[in-house]
Design a protein around this ligand. Sequence first.
Ligand code: ATP
Ligand code: MG
Length: 393
Amino acid sequence: MKRVILIKYGELSTKKGNRNFFINTLYRMINEKLKNFDVKIFKDRSRMYIEFHDEDLDKIKEKLDSVFGIHMYHIAYIVDTNIEAIKELLISLVGNMDFKTFKVEVKRSDKSFSMHSQEMNRFLGGVVLKNKDNISVDVHNPDVLIKVEVRENHSYIYFNAYKGAGGYPLGSQPRGLLMLSGGIDSPVAGYLAMRRGVPIDCVYFEAVPHTSLEARNKVIELSRKLAKYAVDINLHIVNFTKIQEEIYKNCHPNYCITIMRRMMYRIMEKLAKKYNALAIINGESVGQVASQTLTSMSVINEVTNMPVLRPVCCFDKLEIIDLAKKIDTYDISILPYEDCCTVFVPKHPVINPSLEQAKKEEEKFDFLPLIDEVLENINTIVVKEEEEYSDLL
Ligand code: ATP
Ligand code: MG
């Protein structure tokens, strides 16, 4: 009995005009993710089918679970679309199964097939009843739901359903640049943006020697967790030391964070142009800290016209933490090593900064050449899920 993985697309099937583009993007991603397995992948307008070797199934499932654009998948038995063949397969399958109640649900996408879905439901239900003792039909709460999909050449029988990662296939949107700190929020923001189909590069601002190598390793490990949903991830490391020192030397302490974040946004915009990204993504959440009040956000955002995606902006911290645990970044994020934001936190950061004052503070030092210098010295690491980078954990 031959099995295949039957993939349902979900949300993308509603995008009529883009349908082929979405399916092809998903197909490429699945191909890439399964490139180390001996599989054959087929696609049509509503399903994708993967032929596999039994011994690889668990590992393949693990890979599929992080592919966005998969709504649901099933491990299905495949048979020719022919009522006798379907009947024979069903008899041999239920013979090995243990259940008291069942329901048959037929979906017939091959409209030329001789029987209607309802007729087939009754017919196959009768076949099961006749070939197994002490069982009955329960349409509301069956022990086993027997699904039968009748398609043009092949039909599929399955009893299981695995939830996919959802969202849109990665690559169905242009690139975004994620501001990745070592904290809890930004990896979650990156995950959510990727789930909308946005491939990401990550950008980490470090201030060596004020920040440690461990802090950098933390960000590498977080990128590695995100790489699970991509092929690999470029992590751009920005040497922010000089700019930060100049800010703290020249600007009013209460405005240091505001100015620092305006500098980060300026650099992000330039990097986005360099790496063909159309949006900045970060883990800001309204009201969480002084630099994330709406007033602060508007003063900080003023330096760029580029869209800034803030996927967790309206989430409670506990909701963000739940997601961080789900994507396995939480334990890394809570490691104690400080990043450049935490090292320089002033006692009383301004909660409602004025744009005018922020601009005045910035006039106190010549930051443009410093930004150019930073951009000339970006250190990029290509992070892959499978590779080991540090023994941080
Ligand atoms: P997180 O938990 O993600 O660190 P946070 O609540 O600590 O967020 P902030 O430190 O104010 O908040 O940072 C807000 C956002 O700015 C972060 O989510 C991240 O996207 C970005 N950011 C902050 N510091 C850095 C950094 N050193 N490098 C890159 N991005 C940063
Ligand atoms: Mg942080």
